[in-house]
Design a protein around this ligand. Structure first.
Ligand SMILES: NC(=O)c1ccc[n+]([C@@H]2O[C@H](COP(=O)([O-])OP(=O)(O)OC[C@H]3O[C@@H](n4cnc5c(N)ncnc54)[C@H](O)[C@@H]3O)[C@@H](O)[C@H]2O)c1
Length: 387
């Protein structure tokens, strides 16, 4: 059968798209949920989730700790409606920067552009969906036109922006967010990308070519002879610079995948590559369905991360992995945090500090390189060989 885009004339999508619209859920700090977590979640993975809530709300958010908090997002969480949790966390200063799959940021744009994703069933006939031009992400259903129109917006934005040359994903997403705010006023209530721009939260993507945003960037290069391209080196250095500047560092990892490592590699980059002895993370929370036994990074435990210098050896009590579906655990986690006494912090607005932080990284890296050179020459000198 020759390939064609999903959908054929004469078919009705209505039967598949009759489910309720998926809306971003915004946690409000429910005392009942806090009570459930404190009193009801006592053992097994409920116990781990309760621990995670406690570590985050009492320790990581403690103003005296001044922890720089990274949130990594993998799995199809914005299609499932979890972007509202991320928006609330950013607005309240509870996360300072994000590393996400491109897919989550791409699908977030549908909400900004006011397209509707629908609740549905995972047990549907996918050939019929294809005939009807309906796209399925497990039980989330939406018309293929949503993809086409979102892609068209991305390409229009790229042209409008005049961007040309290498650029960090943080800058690309910031500019994209500003464009959304201008074109669709008020959309920051419904969009992670727009809210991040408004709240000054840098958004990174660990694999920028691997999503429809990357696909449209590639189109722009080929069809418009553009020199706009994502510069992963800049991303690596910015994330390092943010971690280096943190008085304390901690992460909340949703799923696993490349965003998890992109965050955790900052400390090895600092000590192993730049020679800066920053130390590892002070806090590590992961909510995942990934198992440790397959040896992959996604399921690797905080204890394994200690051996890489990613997590400080003394802090294992402040690390926890809850083996849960993030679509269940993360809204509960956010309700708990929002309702805690530390449920609002002053935002760091790191998007505006990236150049300054990078300059500090360069300064420290140069000092480390000079120290290494002078240590090496001291070792080589005849005096050092005299016992
Ligand atoms: N159109 C698009 O732009 C598009 C669409 C889909 C995926 N993608 C790309 O494909 C890649 C894979 O995306 P992905 O995030 O779906 O990867 P994935 O499904 O491999 O999930 C990533 C990690 O999160 C875990 N995970 C997934 N769902 C979870 C859940 N509900 N609860 C707990 N853990 C969960 C997985 O076990 C895995 O470790 C990404 O790079 C993404 O950008 C692009």
């Amino acid at each position: 059968m020759p390939h064609r885009a999903p959908g054929s004339p004469g078919h009705s999508r209505q039967q598949f798209l009759s489910g309720k619209p998926i809306r971003y859920y915004r946690p409000k700090g429910s005392p009942d949920i806090r009570q459930l977590v404190d009193e009801g979640f006592q053992a097994f993975n409920a116990g781990r989730l309760s621990e995670a809530c406690g570590i985050f709300s009492q320790k990581m958010l403690d103003p005296a700790e001044d922890t720089t908090i990274g949130l990594t997002v993998a799995g199809a969480l914005t299609p499932a409606g979890l972007g509202g949790c991320v928006i609330e966390m950013m607005e309240r200063g509870l996360v300072d920067f994000l590393i996400s799959t491109g897919a989550n940021l791409y699908h977030d744009l549908h909400y900004a552009l006011n397209f509707t994703l629908h609740r549905g069933s995972p047990f549907v006939d996918d050939v019929a969906l294809y005939e009807d031009g309906v796209i399925r992400i497990y039980d989330v259903l939406f018309p293929a036109t949503v993809l086409l129109e979102t892609d068209a917006y991305i390409r229009d934005f790229i042209l409008r922006s005049g961007l040309d040359g290498p650029i960090a994903t943080s800058e690309f997403h910031y500019r994209l967010g500003l464009d959304l705010l201008e074109q669709y006023p008020g959309c920051e209530e419904h969009s992670v990308v727009a809210r991040a721009a408004r709240a000054g939260v840098p958004l990174y993507t660990s694999s920028p070519g691997d999503s429809s945003i990357g696909m449209n960037l590639a189109y722009h290069e080929l069809m418009n002879n553009s020199r706009l391209m994502i510069d992963p080196n800049r991303d690596v250095n910015e994330v390092c610079a943010i971690v280096l500047a943190g008085k304390r560092n901690g992460c909340v990892i949703l799923g696993g995948g490349s965003p998890k490592n992109f965050y955790l590699q900052a400390q090895p980059t600092l000590w192993e590559v730049y020679g800066i002895p920053k130390g590892g993370n002070d806090y590590f929370i992961q909510i995942t369905t990934d198992q440790v036994v397959w040896g992959g990074l996604s399921g690797a435990t905080p204890a394994e991360a200690v051996s890489w210098g990613k997590v400080n050896p003394g802090v294992l009590p402040d690390t926890v992995v809850a083996y849960c579906d993030s679509t269940i655990a993360f809204p509960i986690f956010c309700e708990y945090a929002v309702g805690s006494p530390n449920g609002r912090r002053q935002r760091k607005e790191l998007v505006h500090k990236r150049d300054e932080l990078l300059a500090n990284l360069v300064r420290d890296a140069r000092a480390a390189r000079e120290k290494r050179a002078s240590d090496a020459s001291a070792l080589d000198s005849p005096v050092s060989n005299v016992k």
